[in-house]
Write a protein that binds this ligand. Structure first.
Ligand SMILES: Nc1nc2c(ncn2[C@@H]2O[C@H](COP(=O)(O)OP(=O)(O)OP(=O)(O)O)[C@@H](O)[C@H]2O)c(=O)[nH]1
Ligand SMILES: [Zn+2]
Length: 191
């Protein structure tokens, strides 16, 4: 399969970066580095050329109108400011409106949306809005927790810090007890 990104262009850029930081891109240990980094970016940004809606097309008709929650979906995204990873978990809940999708499809949506240059707020909103649009759910709640390497390993250097964002739609926004129920499901029993 053809790579979704221009690998050779990345390789040239990485050689330039190595030279710019004072390294010798032709020394043995670095010879394959540009190609490795190019493959890495192709993987980290693979979500750019993918449509997450592919994963919500197939659904089941079920009359279940309580909360469905997929908790602790791990992800690794790239902060668009520094191109450093931010790593964490997404918790995704919805209240169906006749349409139920496969459990794994929710994790696949998170995977596609996270493998792009991102900020955590937009990633959280994009996951929630997609499920609202595609499932016409009565409510969607997305909570994302992540540690941003741009804040832990450089800059202000605060290892252990994390960022929490949430997007509450439909009943999760309008009904406080429904929102409290999902927060209890996410955090209540195990933390
Ligand atoms: N709101 C938000 N900020 C983010 C996210 N990822 C990284 N950042 C922040 O983006 C900001 C970019 O700030 P700038 O002042 O332009 O960049 P900088 O000089 O490298 O900033 P420092 O990290 O403070 O050294 C930093 O405060 C980062 O912590 C994110 O997902 N959401
Ligand atoms: Zn950053």
């Amino acid at each position: 399969m053809k790579s979704p990104v221009d690998l050779q262009r990345i390789e040239r850029a990485v050689r330039e970066i190595l030279a710019a930081v004072g390294e010798d891109p032709d020394r043995e240990g670095l010879l394959e580095t540009p190609a490795r980094v190019a493959r890495m970016y192709a993987e980290m940004f693979s979500g750019l050329k993918l449509d997450p809606r592919e994963h919500t097309r197939k659904f089941f008709t079920e009359q279940y109108d309580e909360v469905v929650l997929v908790r602790d979906i791990s992800f690794c995204s790239m902060c668009e400011h520094h191109l450093l990873p931010f790593i964490g978990h997404a918790h995704v809940a919805y209240i169906p409106n006749g349409k139920v999708i496969g459990l794994s499809k929710i994790a696949r949506v998170v995977e596609v949306i996270s493998r792009r240059p991102q900020v955590q707020e937009r990633m959280t909103e994009d996951i929630a809005n997609l499920l609202v649009d595609e499932l016409h759910a009565k409510g969607v709640a997305v909570v994302v927790e992540a540690s941003h390497s741009c804040m832990t390993i450089r800059g202000v250097r605060k290892p252990g810090s994390s960022m929490v964002t949430s997007a509450m739609k439909g009943l999760f926004r309008s009904n406080l007890s429904t929102r409290a129920e999902v927060m209890q499901l996410i955090y209540g029993s195990k933390r």
